[in-house]
Design a protein around this ligand. Structure first.
Ligand code: AHR
Length: 325
């Protein structure tokens, strides 16, 4: 596996005409102080409210500050996202904001930008820390603590079920940092809970309909499941449809916890169909451009700019749904 990853990385970097050693030896590119920048934002996909809210936040902030934003949508393809970054490099952008779809396949894109002298700021998802590092290969990672999100989801489920749950886990995109870390955080929490067990776990690719289909299959194989942990709200909403189609009452027969904080999830909490959702804040615009400005000024940027997240359940969903996306 490690060998495959290395070959993939070496091939990706070689395609860009540079050896891995030469890339890692280079310094992190600097950013000149200017009033207006031409900035790239390489989005991973636009198939859910979270991604749409993130894109809107980035576009609104760029417009407010008068920067030109070169926006691309990889439509769920890591290969296209690499090509999108290469196209931004060819267009001579000053800096690239990248939301890497998966941890490993986007490494060549990060390295290509570095070699071209263009700083990269990772947004919301991270890359493999064995292959690239903040402060050396890219400026920083701005994003939530996904491990903590998984722990908080597990803790909510623990409290609601008195530590008794047969859990179906709907995982996010395979190989993405939120899927890896949300699983890790959740599993770490429940490992000391003898009566909380994951009975089945499969990827629903962070998508509503895929989540529904996977939940349907896993519910057929495990009709005694009492809880669903979805790595995002879209899959949780898909799971609610699957439960209802199977004649089960979401929120009563099966407890659902998830992550994001979308309007549909908050409505499901209000309707009693979902227990809770841990926020993953998608409104990156202000923090992203503020970090870019700090970097241009020559400030030392911390390797991880942590985005703080709230928690939504029946105690606050009604009050906060007005500001949800
Ligand atoms: O990277 C953040 C995750 O990506 C969000 O939880 C999800 O909804 C999105 O697709």
């Amino acid at each position: 596996m490690l060998r495959r990853t290395f070959l993939m990385l070496a091939a990706g970097v070689a395609t860009l005409g540079v050896s891995a050693a030469a890339v890692s030896a280079q310094e992190l590119p600097k950013l000149k102080q200017k009033d207006k920048y031409k900035v790239g934002f390489a989005q991973t996909e636009s198939n859910n409210p979270w991604r749409i809210a993130q894109t809107e936040s980035m576009k609104a902030e760029a417009e407010k500050l008068g920067h030109q934003l070169v926006y691309t949508d990889a439509a769920g393809s890591a290969a296209k996202q690499v090509a999108d970054v290469n196209s931004m490099i060819a267009q001579g952008v000053d800096l690239i904001f990248l939301a890497p779809r998966e941890e490993k396949p986007l490494i060549p894109a990060v390295m290509a930008a570095k070699r071209a002298g263009i700083p990269v700021i990772l947004l919301d998802r991270n890359v493999d820390q064995n292959l690239a590092k903040a402060g050396r290969d890219y400026v920083t990672f701005i994003g939530s603590d996904f491990i903590e999100q998984g722990k908080r989801a597990a803790e909510a489920l623990d409290k609601a079920t008195n530590g008794n749950a047969k859990i179906i886990q709907l995982e996010g995109t395979t190989g993405s940092s939120p899927a890896n870390d949300r699983r890790k955080g959740f599993e770490e929490y429940i490992k000391n809970k003898p009566n909380m067990k994951i009975v089945a776990s499969q990827s629903g690719d962070f998508a509503r309909d895929k989540g529904r289909q996977v939940a349907e299959t896993l519910l057929q194989a495990h009709p005694d499941a009492t809880a669903i942990y979805a790595h995002n709200d879209e899959m949780a909403i898909g799971a609610i449809s699957a439960l209802e189609a199977a004649g089960k009452k979401p929120g009563q027969d099966v407890t659902i916890v998830s992550i994001d904080g979308t309007r549909d999830a908050l409505q499901a909490i209000i309707d009693g169909k979902m227990l809770a959702t841990v926020e993953s804040n998608p409104r990156f615009g202000p923090k992203a451009f503020e970090t870019m400005a700090r970097y241009a000024k020559g400030e030392q940027i911390e390797p991880w700019v942590v985005v703080p997240d709230r928690f939504f359940d029946k105690s606050n969903a009604k009050q906060l749904i007005g500001e949800a996306y």
